[in-house]
Design a protein around this ligand. Sequence first.
Ligand SMILES: [Fe+2]
Length: 251
Amino acid sequence: MTKSYAIPFEELLPMPMEEFLDEYKGKKYFIARSEEPRFANHFSWRELEIYLNGDGRNGHKRMPQLQIVNMEGKGGRYCHKKARRKVELKAIHGAWWRGCSFILTLSEFLNETLWTQCEEFERYYGIGQANLYCSSKADADCFPIHADGTDNFLFHVSGKVRWFIYNEFQHECKPQEATLKQVIDLDDGDLLYLPKKLYHKVQTLSPRISISFHFNESPDWVKGRPQKRMPWLDYTSGIEEEVQRVLKNSS
Ligand SMILES: [Fe+2]
């Protein structure tokens, strides 16, 4: 019984793999639209709610991955793990409904679909990670124009996001000098590939969940990190059936 709904890398591409590797990877962005909400099983609003309700319960810090955009109203990001003065769950809840975007970094282990989706990309990339970007409403606080140091595959799980994609890469100019190339609205099931260092920013047009899968270029790109993804360990295979069998026998 599989618990993963990961989509093969080749199926995500609107062009043959060779063409992607030769002409797009590290150079050109592309958009692959879908009529279906094909990422609906990657992460749900319910899973987000369960995660966000965990922190501070019985005094335990249970949100190692959470970062909040513009938590203090002064721009920047609040990192819940590193913050000297950690905010309480009530303040996190307030920030959510005020419109701060939440980032759950390193979320590839939150379910098997995210884990195996990473594995799919790692057939062609080094070790990577899944960052979840979640917002409660339109015009939520997001990052200003910036560029990322890695290739990014952006899955639009739920809601509408407006992307501003710029002509320049990071080494070509400062972010404020970048010139706009395209504005495009993406929603459920759409995929955007952004090559590393290309300037971009987003605006939310509704509540949304998006996932950024991003990767090191090769397994030895970062020293001291694992060279290979450890396998997802199957702790529950067959257990449901066993529970049902025991229940049946005892009734
Ligand atoms: Fe980014």
